[in-house]
Design a protein around this ligand. Structure first.
Ligand code: GLA
Length: 707
């Protein structure tokens, strides 16, 4: 096998240097370099090699995908740990390597006989141009090895001098923050035991001022749902890396002789022209998965903000009927259906239908829902236990704790159930399985509403994955939604076993524009739960018109979370129009390419989806606040095929710039025909909009039939 590998896919090149016996190095990860002969590849590597410098090692340091302190790496080590009295940093020697025939996937075996470890590295470049990297370490020594961290890294070039990462909180997930990529470490750690509302999702570094459509960018995601860390690190020698892995608590991973630990996948994406390209690789990669949901994403009515804990069969049956009239296709019964659950203080763990609320069980409602042509979903929170529950009274020792001597502080009046215990795991699997067998339940909204404070997270996360996998193996058609106080468990680890995320408990459309925009950097629209709420937002107190609420939910997996029995006939009719639009557009929205324009006025957002074949696109022009200009200026509509002509028209029911001081531009009524290039470069005059309003535009390739 050659010492130098050049993987190319979808506009990305990954060059791997395997020469010598050291771990693989990455002389280039970025723009496609074109076909390179072995000689040219060798020249590229030779041209990149650093000289030795005064005051440093005699031999220049070689940065690998698992940077080693033993080789002279002064930054965060790729692997740390100790074996009782010996904390020597490993110095791995490569023993073997292989490339899967016809695939861009490298496997490297290495060992350090002195420290007593072997290492397996897997590195691949997917068809979407996404780099995936993970490591497995095995204890081959005589006694236990205590693993501190296993944090693979990918290098980024010197032009990446600006960092973008995301933070947030409950009801405000995915707030972006930008800053200089200075010398030192920008470390994002998460010790919540779940992915977290504040998890960055992506650690991105790029050229200064990069945007959605411009600037070179590199980004990394850690595909893990427990404690994790990601970092951007720059050293005085000019090395810059993005790295990440599981965050291991002291003592959490104790490898007995022969035991192994595998890091979560680290996924790296590149954009030559900004974040849209970087994001598109994640979307394409996810869509290529065997279990990616490809059936039309059903319009989902969720009962939570409609009735909260106030469940009774007659009310919910009425709600199901009006939901079906509005076009709903799935009805999800949220929290409050099981024993003792009249509020959030009790009941978690008692996964039996509460006979006092549902004397005839859930079957009559489920049959009504199916009779109305909808599917049925049920809310569960399997990883939790209320101290006030039959389960906790019977098994107080099933509460997860760092030590039996103390119970972690309560959060939402609940504790975590220790799923690493076979008895607790067996009980929950058995109850969920029984519920799914008893009735036609097609969908679980799987919630997780507290941090794992003062509790080990690794084995719990592994157990949750096992539990979901076991349930799906028994019920292959079951869909699962990943919810965690809203968007607290959004990551590619959980998405290997779930079918969408509940993006946020905040369904205020203005907040949702931002939350969906940034969560959408990682996930395509069909995986983002997006619901139309009541006119008055329950979580912010803002009031929004129906068109703004529905036009926001349109760009996700559309749903309704509103007491429609209290909505007016006019509101229900208008909602039905939006539902019909979603149903007509979802084949495009859920397979197309997401685009976001970089508009100079931060109050005006332009985003859309272009059909995979370039024949059509839908754009939203969103006025998030009052604009600087009146009348509004031009907006660019990116992503269409440059050479093709498109007819652009406002798209009903999102075609009305509401309000007395708003005005559509002259082209609005009759539409305009322009090439994809002109639309992307020059754009069209936007209507003047009130703040917190949006309009939709549709672009249709003229050859495909002008409207
Ligand atoms: C969490 C979820 C909500 C809802 C409630 C029910 O907060 O994020 O959507 O399901 O729990 O208790």
């Amino acid at each position: 096998m050659a010492d130098l590998l050049h993987f190319r896919a979808a506009g990305t090149s990954l060059v791997l240097d395997l020469s010598g016996t050291g771990l693989p190095r990455v002389p280039h990860w970025g723009a496609d370099l074109g076909e390179l002969s072995p000689g040219r590849l060798a020249a590229l590597v030779a041209a990149e090699a650093a000289p030795a410098v005064a005051g440093d090692l005699d031999e220049p340091f070689a940065l690998s995908v698992l940077p080693q302190a033993s080789a002279g790496w002064p930054g965060t080590p790729g692997l740390s740990g100790h074996r009782d009295s010996c904390a020597a940093a490993p110095a791995f020697t490569v023993r073997g390597r292989s490339v899967v025939a016809g695939q861009r996937r490298l496997r490297v075996e290495a060992a350090d006989a002195d420290v007593g470890l072997t290492l397996t590295l897997e590195i691949e470049l997917t068809d979407a141009g996404l780099v995936r990297l993970r490591a497995e370490v095995t204890n081959t020594g005589p006694g236990p090895y205590h693993l501190g961290e296993l944090t693979p890294a990918l290098p980024v070039p010197p032009q990446a001098t600006e960092i973008l990462d995301l933070t947030g909180r409950h009801l405000r997930e995915r707030a972006p923050q930008r800053h200089a990529f200075t010398l030192g470490t920008h470390l994002r750690e998460n010790r919540r035991g779940r992915t977290g509302s504040d998890a960055t999702l992506l650690q991105i570094a790029g050229e200064p001022g990069f945007g959605f459509r411009s600037g070179e960018v590199w980004g990394l995601h850690v595909a893990w749902s427990g404690n994790h860390r990601s970092l951007a690190e720059r050293t005085p020698a000019g090395h810059a890396v993005l790295a990440g892995g599981e965050l291991l608590l002291p003592g959490e991973i104790r490898l007995a002789p022969g035991d192994s630990y595998t890091s979560p996948w680290l996924c790296g994406s590149y954009g030559r022209h900004g974040l849209d390209e970087l994001s598109g690789r994640f979307h394409r990669h996810l869509r290529a998965r065997a279990r990616h949901p490809v059936s039309p994403r059903p319009v989902t009515l969720n009962t939570w903000e409609a009735v909260y804990f106030d469940q009774d069969p007659a009310t919910l049956e009425r709600l199901a009927r009006v939901a079906a009239e509005a076009g709903a296709e799935r009805f999800v019964l949220d929290d409050g259906w099981f024993r003792g659950r009249r509020d959030d203080r009790a009941g978690l763990g008692d996964w039996y239908v509460d006979e006092r609320v549902w004397p005839a069980g859930l079957s009559p409602l489920i049959e009504t829902v199916h009779g109305l042509g909808m599917r049925f979903g049920l809310w569960v929170e399997p990883e939790m236990i209320s101290p006030d529950s039959g389960l906790a009274r019977a098994h107080p020792d099933w509460i997860l704790a760092a030590t039996p001597a103390r119970t972690p502080p309560a959060a939402r009046h609940q504790q975590v159930l220790d799923l690493a215990r076979p008895d607790a795991y067996g009980y929950v699997l058995g109850r969920l399985d029984a519920l799914l067998r008893a009735d036609r339940i097609d969908y679980l909204k799987w919630d997780h509403n507290r941090d794992l404070v003062d509790a080990p997270a690794h084995r719990q996360t592994a157990a949750v994955y096992r539990l979901m996998d076991a349930l799906r193996a028994r019920h292959p058609h079951l869909e699962i939604e990943s919810c965690s106080s809203g968007g607290g468990r959004v990551d590619l680890g959980i998405l290997e076993r779930t079918d969408r995320v509940w993006t946020s408990d905040c369904i205020d459309a203005l907040e949702r524009q931002r939350i969906q925009r940034w969560t959408g950097l990682l996930l395509p629209p069909e995986l983002l739960g997006a619901h139309v709420g009541a006119p008055l937002s329950h979580t912010t107190g803002r009031t929004h018109g129906l068109d703004f609420r529905a036009g926001t939910a349109l760009f996700g997996h559309f749903g309704i979370e509103w007491d429609l029995t209290a909505a007016s006939a006019a509101e229900r009719a208008r909602l039905a129009e939006w539902v019909a639009l979603y149903r007509a557009l979802r084949p495009l929205l859920h397979t197309g390419t997401v685009v976001r324009a970089d508009h100079p006025d931060p109050a005006l957002w332009v985003h859309g989806v272009v059909a995979a074949d370039g024949a059509r696109a839908v754009f939203a022009l969103v006025q998030t606040a009052t604009g600087v200009h009146s009348p509004a200026g031009r907006v660019r509509l990116p992503g269409l095929t440059p050479e093709d002509e498109y007819r652009v028209l406002p798209l009903p029911p999102g075609d009305r710039p509401e309000g007395p001081f708003t005005a559509p531009p002259p082209w609005w009524e009759r539409g305009v025909t322009l090439s994809g290039r002109v639309l992307a470069e020059a754009g069209v005059r936007a209507p003047t909009l009130f703040p917190e309003r949006l309009v939709l535009l549709e672009a249709v390739r003229v050859a495909d039939g002008p409207r």
